[in-house]
Design a protein around this ligand. Structure first.
Ligand code: GRF
Length: 183
């Protein structure tokens, strides 16, 4: 059975959708006060949190993260709103076993504001992408992506909601396609 860990920095709604369908070994947050940690508690998923600033370097921080992954024998790391760039230390240990969800149709609108950027650009459609993580920002090989049109009546809020709804469909579908067993 493939063991997964989910990394999230804030809200954690994608984590929750995943954890409701798949056994999650643990969730990791790089913010000790992230809401995702409350969700984990409610769902009885073990969690770990520590912050980059508590370490001497990003290398030391990522060594601690990699040690956690090794200790739990994690097969697949699922980034879901993890707002840090994965650095060389973690990539050296786990490249090819880290995936990320991005709220746009890559390579369109990479970066931290995929939804707002598509909205501001007036794009007729955007989408959601799950991709392998490499050393670039949202540049890794696409696993699966889906289009989300912008509707005439959309506000940014509604558009955002529809993007998130697409995420909640896409991430579980990708995990299944990668052979992660459901609970
Ligand atoms: C999602 O839109 C995801 O695509 C992006 O960050 C957001 C995280 O939301 N990378 P949540 O924390 O899962 O609610």
């Amino acid at each position: 059975m493939k063991k997964i860990a989910v990394f999230a920095s804030g809200n954690g709604s994608n984590f929750q959708v995943i954890a409701e369908q798949f056994p999650v070994e643990f969730v990791f947050s790089d913010h000790r006060d992230a809401y995702v940690l409350k969700r984990a508690e409610q769902l009885s998923v073990p969690s770990y949190a520590f912050e980059l600033r508590e370490f001497d370097s990003k290398t030391a921080y990522e060594e601690a993260v990699a040690a956690l992954l090794a200790e739990h024998q994690i097969d697949l790391v699922c980034l879901a709103g993890y707002m840090k760039i994965v650095g060389p230390t973690l990539l050296a240990a786990y490249e090819g076993r880290i995936i990320n969800i991005h709220p746009a149709y890559l390579p369109e609108f990479p970066g931290a504001h995929g939804i707002e950027d598509a909205w501001q650009a007036g794009a007729a459609e955007s989408g959601v992408t799950v991709h392998w993580v490499d050393s670039g920002v949202d540049t890794g090989k696409v696993i699966k992506q889906v289009r989300v049109p912008r509707l005439a009546a959309d506000t940014l809020e509604r558009f955002e909601e529809r993007i998130h709804a697409a995420e909640y469909q896409l991430y579980p579908a990708v995990l299944e396609s990668l052979g992660v067993e459901k609970r």
